[in-house]
Design a protein around this ligand. Structure first.
Ligand SMILES: Nc1ncnc2c1ncn2[C@@H]1O[C@H](COP(=O)(O)OP(=O)(O)O)[C@@H](O)[C@H]1O
Ligand code: SF4
Ligand SMILES: [Mg+2]
Length: 344
C-alpha cells in the first residue's frame, strides 16, 4: 500500500509549571492511501498530542516537538513554514473531526454560512496545487463557484444523512441534535476532498446507539472516497468495527501495530494482551490490569509498562525495546509468541 503519512520517532514534551510532561517518547506510525488506522490507548496516553502534532496545532511555545521525519504525501511537514501548512495542508489536504462537534462550530452563525465559508477558503478549487501568488479567486467568492459549492454542500448533507438539507443550512448549531452536529462536522471534514482525516475520538461524546450509526456512516463515506483516516479511540471495540489496522499506545510509547484481524486474533505485547483481557466478557468477567498508568512528568525509563509487567527483565527497565516484526510489529523484549511460532 502506498504510504501517505509517515511519522518516525516523534517526541513531544510539554513544558509546564509542574515540570516537563513527556507526552510522546519516539512514536512511529504510518498510514497508507485509503487506509483507516486506529490509534488506541487509555486516556492520557498521548492520542490527541499525536493528532495535534500531525496537524501542526500543538500549543506554542509550551510544546517541544522533534521527529526523525513527519512526511505527508512526500513532503516533510516539519520543514514547511506554519503559514504554508495553514494555507495548503491543514483543513484542505488533512482535515479534522474533533470529539466535541459543538466546540468546532461557531454558535453564532448558521450551518450554511459556516459550510460556505469553509468552501470559500478550503475547497480544492480555492487553493492552487503549487505555491505562489494568491489567486484572484481568494480575494472574492465568484457567484458561479459559490453556487457550485452550495450544490456540493447539499449533496454532502444527503450523503451524511441529514434530513431536509436545505432547512438544516438555515439552522444554528444549537438547533441540531448532537448526532446531527457530528454529521455536519463529518460533512465539513469530507467537503475539501482531503487525503487524510484525523478523527479524534469523534463519537465519544454521543449516545451509544448514535455512536454506532455515526461510525458506520464515517466508514462508508471514507471508503467510498478512498480517504485515509487516523482514528483515535480509547475503545478497542470501536477500533475493531472500523479500522483496517490498529496501533496501540501506552503512556506515550507505541507498543504494537497490526492489521485489525491479526491484532485481535493474537496480540503480542503483554500490555495489549492484558487490555484485551480487561474487556468485559459475555459472562461479565473482566480482568483489570494491576498497577497504575505512570505520570508522564516522571515516566519509568525503558519500557514504560515495566512496573506493571510480569515479564519485565533488566533490559526492560533501562532501554526502550526495539521494534520487531513487519506487518505485525511489537516493541517488547519478551513478546508473546506469534501464532504458529515455536517458543524461543
Ligand atoms: N497542553 C498541554 N500541556 C501540558 N500537558 C498536556 C497538554 N496536553 C496534554 N497534556 C498531557 O499530555 C499527556 C497526553 O495527553 P493527550 O494527548 O491529551 O492524551 P489522550 O488524547 O490519549 O487522552 C497527558 O499526560 C496530558 O495530561
Ligand atoms: S518490554 Fe519488557 S516490560 Fe515492556 S512489555 Fe515487554 S516484557 Fe514487559
Ligand atoms: Mg484525547
Amino acid at each position: 500500500m502506498t504510504e501517505l503519512l509517515a511519522v518516525r520517532d516523534l517526541v513531544v514534551n510539554y513544558h509546564t509549571q509542574r515540570g516537563v510532561v513527556r507526552a510522546l517518547d519516539g512514536v512511529s506510525l504510518s498510514i497508507g492511501k485509503g487506509e483507516v488506522v486506529g490509534l488506541v490507548g487509555e486516556s492520557g496516553c498521548g492520542k490527541s498530542t499525536l493528532a495535534r502534532a500531525i496537524l501542526g496545532v500543538l500549543p506554542a511555545p509550551a510544546s517541544e516537538v522533534k521527529a526523525a521525519s513527519l512526511s505527508f504525501g512526500g513532503e516533510n511537514l516539519l520543514a514547511l513554514a506554519s503559514a504554508d501548512i495553514a494555507r495548503r495542508i491543514r483543513g484542505r489536504r488533512i482535515t479534522f473531526i474533533p470529539q466535541d462537534p459543538y466546540g468546532s462550530l461557531n454558535p453564532l452563525f448558521t450551518i450554511g454560512q459556516q459550510m460556505l465559508d469553509l468552501m470559500q477558503w478550503k475547497s480544492p478549487l480555492a487553493i492552487p496545487a503549487r505555491r505562489g501568488a494568491w489567486p484572484a479567486l481568494l480575494t472574492r467568492y465568484p457567484a458561479a463557484r459559490r453556487a457550485r459549492d452550495r450544490a456540493a454542500i447539499l449533496e454532502m448533507l444527503e450523503a451524511v444523512q441529514i434530513p431536509n438539507p436545505e432547512q438544516a443550512l438555515a439552522k444554528l448549531p444549537h438547533e441540531l441534535s448532537g448526532g446531527q452536529r457530528q454529521r455536519i462536522v463529518i460533512a465539513m471534514a469530507l467537503l475539501p476532498q482531503p487525503e487524510l482525516i484525523i478523527a479524534d475520538e469523534p463519537t465519544t461524546a454521543l449516545d451509544v446507539t448514535i455512536q454506532a450509526q455515526i461510525l458506520r456512516l464515517l466508514h462508508r463515506e471514507v471508503k467510498r472516497r478512498q480517504v485515509s483516516v487516523l482514528f483515535t479511540t480509547h475503545d478497542l471495540g470501536t477500533a475493531w468495527e472500523i479500522c483496517d489496522r490498529i496501533l496501540v499506545m501506552y503512556a506515550g510509547q507505541e507498543v504494537e501495530a497490526a492489521p485489525t484481524a491479526a491484532f485481535f486474533a493474537a496480540p503480542r505485547h503483554p500490555y495489549t494482551a492484558r487490555l484485551l483481557q480487561s474487556l468485559p466478557r459475555a459472562d461479565g468477567v473482566a480482568q483489570d490490569i494491576p498497577g497504575e498508568i505512570p505520570s508522564l512528568l516522571s515516566p519509568p525509563p525503558g519500557c514504560r509498562f515495566h512496573p506493571r509487567c510480569a515479564e519485565a527483565s533488566a533490559d526492560c527497565r533501562t532501554k526502550r525495546p526495539p521494534v520487531t516484526g513487519s506487518a505485525h510489529v511489537v516493541r517488547c523484549y519478551h513478546p508473546l509468541d506469534a501464532p504458529g511460532e515455536a517458543a524461543a
